[in-house]
Design a protein around this ligand. Structure first.
Ligand code: AMP
Length: 288
């Protein structure tokens, strides 16, 4: 039987993680890393499987990072289920689970803040001030502790991928960023830990968000950015339970917002919308 070392809510765990990863590095093993906030689902597990396929050792972190929540209620209500998360990860044969205590991870509250410029000034960055600074700080700290060769992130959080790409390039981390496609329910609803808070009918309605994105993508060639976006809006307006916060075409590399005059070969359409008081995000890339 395999043994998965777990450092979970104990003191000194950063050192334990470093001990393992350094010994693996000495043996010239490649280390794949999947950072998560737990409440795991098939989307997370897909990243873990991609890491498993391409790396000798797989490390998964589970940490609900207070710094990236601009809304205290959202942080408080964020689903947490460490026991079942660990069970799922053990089944996936991961080599190390790192679930740090907040006090251990941030012995003193960080004073630094990170500004990713234009990449983080729109969409999520605009709607959730401080969010990407918090993401950048937690991911940089995790990278220092885990020292991975490759880090796996989901395209579900497309802007986050662009931010992490900047973090890696600008701060000189020697890490390969791997973007993995969004996993969905058969209805099209993007898997998300937040879906756990939706009712069955809420989930059904929320699947229309993806249907809207698909309509926009299907109409892009014929109608162009603005008119194709209208197709999605018209669809979403049929569902008053869906409250759209933003809907934009972007260049997925730098998150530049695209308008009717923009030239962009491989755009993505990004959305944030509320259903039953839950904020959901999704996107669709023209290439996958
Ligand atoms: P989170 O636990 O929400 O911070 O997500 C951890 C990682 O899993 C991030 O890189 C997310 O983009 C990724 N992820 C979340 N949902 C999905 C999904 N439905 N498909 C693929 N990756 C996902």
């Amino acid at each position: 039987m395999n043994f998965t070392p777990i450092t979970m809510n104990t003191t000194g765990e950063n050192k334990t993680v470093k001990y393992y990863v350094r010994s693996w590095r000495k043996e010239e093993k490649t280390i794949g890393f999947v950072p998560t906030m737990g409440a795991l689902h098939e989307g997370h597990l897909d990243l873990v499987r991609k890491a498993r396929e391409t790396c000798d050792k797989v490390v998964v972190s589970i940490f609900v990072n207070p710094l990236q929540f601009n809304n205290p209620t959202d942080l408080e209500k964020y689903p947490r289920n460490l026991e079942s998360d660990v069970e799922m990860l053990v089944k996936e044969n991961v080599d190390l689970i790192y679930a740090p205590l907040p006090m251990e991870f941030y012995p003193t509250p960080p004073n630094v803040s990170l500004d990713f410029g234009k990449v983080s000034s729109v969409l999520e960055g605009e709607m959730r001030p401080g969010h990407f600074s918090g993401v950048g700080i937690v991911v940089a700290r995790l990278f220092h502790i885990v020292e991975p060769h490759k880090a796996f992130f989901g395209a579900k959080d497309l802007q986050q991928v662009a931010v992490i790409r900047n973090l890696i390039n600008d701060l000189g981390f020697d890490i390969e960023l791997v973007r993995c496609p969004t996993k969905r329910e058969t209805s099209g609803l993007a898997l998300s830990s937040r879906n756990k808070r939706l009712s069955e009918s809420g989930k059904k309605t929320a699947a229309e968000i993806f249907a809207g994105l698909q309509l926009a993508m299907a109409g892009l060639e014929e109608f162009g950015f603005e008119e194709a976006k209208k197709l999605a809006r018209q669809h979403l307006e049929k569902y008053p339970e869906i409250k759209t916060e933003y809907l934009e075409w972007v260049n997925p590399e730098n998150m530049e917002i695209l308008s009717s005059t923009s030239q962009q070969k491989n755009p993505a359409i990004c959305i944030a919308a509320w259903v039953e008081g839950i904020r959901l995000i999704d996107n669709l890339l023209s290439e996958n």
